[in-house]
Design a protein around this ligand. Structure first.
Ligand SMILES: [Zn+2]
Length: 134
């Protein structure tokens, strides 16, 4: 019995590659499952996988080397997969940083504690007003 495709990458459970549109089985390299985060089913092989980006719909490669780093070094959960291509990841990260910057500098309703009625824009408009009418 080949449990979870330990001997043959083609017998790996489909859920391990549920986001992949195609897999290059020829590229398969054995994994070090002692380094992985999993509950029942480890990932015995890393295989070059093509995934569709959720933002731009373009296919990108999640390479076997990236998978090794992702699951063994970063310790990401074994069922997890990247959702975005590199370009969209960068854009998403930049947007998140900008949102954080705005929230940190112009007020964040979550950080105002007791004053739950405060809206980020209320602080922003106050600042703008005090600049315009010093
Ligand atoms: Zn993309």
């Amino acid at each position: 019995m080949d449990w979870f495709g330990k001997l043959d990458p083609r017998k790996m459970p489909a859920h391990l590659f549920w986001r992949a549109k195609s897999l290059d089985y020829e590229s398969a390299v054995p994994a070090d499952i002692a380094e992985q985060s999993y509950s029942v089913c480890p990932r015995f092989w890393y295989i070059d996988a093509r995934i569709q980006c959720i933002d731009c719909d373009e296919d990108f490669l999640f390479s076997k080397e990236e998978q090794k780093f992702w699951y063994e070094n970063l310790k990401f959960w074994i069922d997890s997969f990247p959702k975005r291509c590199k370009r969209c990841q960068k854009a998403e990260k930049k947007m998140r940083l900008e949102i954080n910057y705005i929230q940190n500098n112009y007020g964040n309703p979550k950080k105002t504690g007791g004053n739950s009625t405060a809206h980020p824009r209320s602080n922003l408009s106050l600042r703008i007003c005090s600049c315009m009418y010093p």
